[in-house]
Write a protein that binds this ligand. Structure first.
Ligand code: SF4
Length: 276
């Protein structure tokens, strides 16, 4: 892993996401190395030339928030998402602690803090999570089958560890949500995951796998290599743009027994069918 550290004066970046007002991304790059990651575009913002040529998941630029400040008034009542283009609880967090520093800065504010992670390292900060008002932690999963995780999220903690983290957060009184994302056609057991884990999540969010270049080719090749029986299905969805699979998935989600469900299905352009 190549690591570079740069000083950062404020962790807050104005968000373009509809669900957040500000984002905090303590790293550029992400060691979880998800093969479907849309955040690869952040490469162009790193000043380090070596990183621009390096494979996604093999480098991280750490933002050092030692002297950072937050204007509490600016984020009063606003949604602050940690994080949108990295996972702040990745391996480097053990050494650099950027996320913990952000939480220390946010705790005295009146922001609505949303954490989204694939890592059980989040449990390290459970003292801060329990005492930060208006805070929610989301745990992201594609499957409870760790073989699927190894193919698509080779650097991320196991599904088992994430599930254990979700349960521990809930038991500690932290407000939680489950993010079933991205739903991989033929591989993500939507109902099974939601039913097994819904009791530990105040809300369940569902997002489909939305393939764009440059990772579309990568994912289709991974499917062909690891799950050849699904090749036809993926070509039907992602090459011939048949939305029938997602319509059925929406019906399946409608049948999930949970009081708070949100679907974020994206298909690019005007083909979006499920965003609400
Ligand atoms: S955890 Fe998120 S940011 Fe990190 S590689 Fe995976 S999808 Fe990308």
């Amino acid at each position: 892993m190549q690591i570079d550290v740069i000083p950062a004066s404020s962790p807050l970046v104005k968000s373009r996401l509809p669900a957040a007002d500000y984002c905090v991304n303590p790293y550029t790059g992400c060691s979880h190395a998800c093969r479907y990651c849309y955040a690869v575009f952040t490469k162009r913002f790193t000043p380090c030339k070596a990183f621009k040529a390096a494979p996604w998941g093999s480098y991280i630029m750490v933002k050092d928030y030692k002297d950072a400040k937050i204007q509490a008034e600016k984020i009063k009542g606003k949604v602050v998402l940690l994080s949108s283009v990295t996972d702040p609880y990745q391996g480097a967090e053990k050494q650099y602690g950027g996320r913990r520093r952000c939480l220390e800065l946010l705790r005295p504010t009146e922001a609505r803090v949303e954490i989204l992670t694939k890592s059980d390292l989040v449990l390290r900060d459970i003292d801060l999570l329990k005492t930060t008002p208006h805070l929610t932690v989301g745990v992201s999963l594609v499957s409870d089958d760790d073989g699927v995780r190894r193919v698509f999220e080779p650097g991320a903690p196991s599904a088992e560890r994430r599930i254990a983290a979700l349960k521990q957060l809930k038991a500690a009184g932290v407000k939680t949500y489950l993010f079933i994302s991205p739903i991989l056609p033929g591989l993500t057991g939507i109902t099974a995951l939601a039913n097994a884990l819904g009791a530990y999540a105040g809300k369940i969010m569902f997002e489909n796998l939305n393939l764009r270049e440059p990772y579309k080719k990568t994912i289709l090749a991974l499917i062909k290599h690891n799950y050849p029986h699904l090749t036809e299905l993926y070509e039907e969805i992602y090459i011939r743009k048949n939305l029938a699979y997602w319509r059925e998935a929406e019906k399946e989600i409608a049948g999930v027994n949970h009081a708070d469900k949100q679907i974020f299905f994206h298909h690019g352009g005007s083909q979006a069918i499920g965003r609400r």
